[in-house]
Design a protein. Sequence first.
Length: 92
Amino acid sequence: MIAVGQKFDQQMISVDGGTFRDCEFSGCVLFFSGLLPVDLRGSTFNECRWEFVGPAANTIGFLHALHHRGEAKLIEAVFDNIRHGVGDGHDH
């Protein structure tokens, strides 16, 4: 799906493989499986809920398990990489 400048209200949307530039999402449920990249540049989210499914849910579960096994430093390092854009393939 390619959407530019659109408004989405109270919808269930799978974002995998989608381009959503400068869009507004209100009260939506957004599904992400991690199978395809997503472009959300310039978009805003108001009272939306994210659902991670498939491989994305497996990744979240794996990180959760590591954290509860005492690997909090490893998980924080992953989040630091996310915060600083390390390994995301995008120029900042």
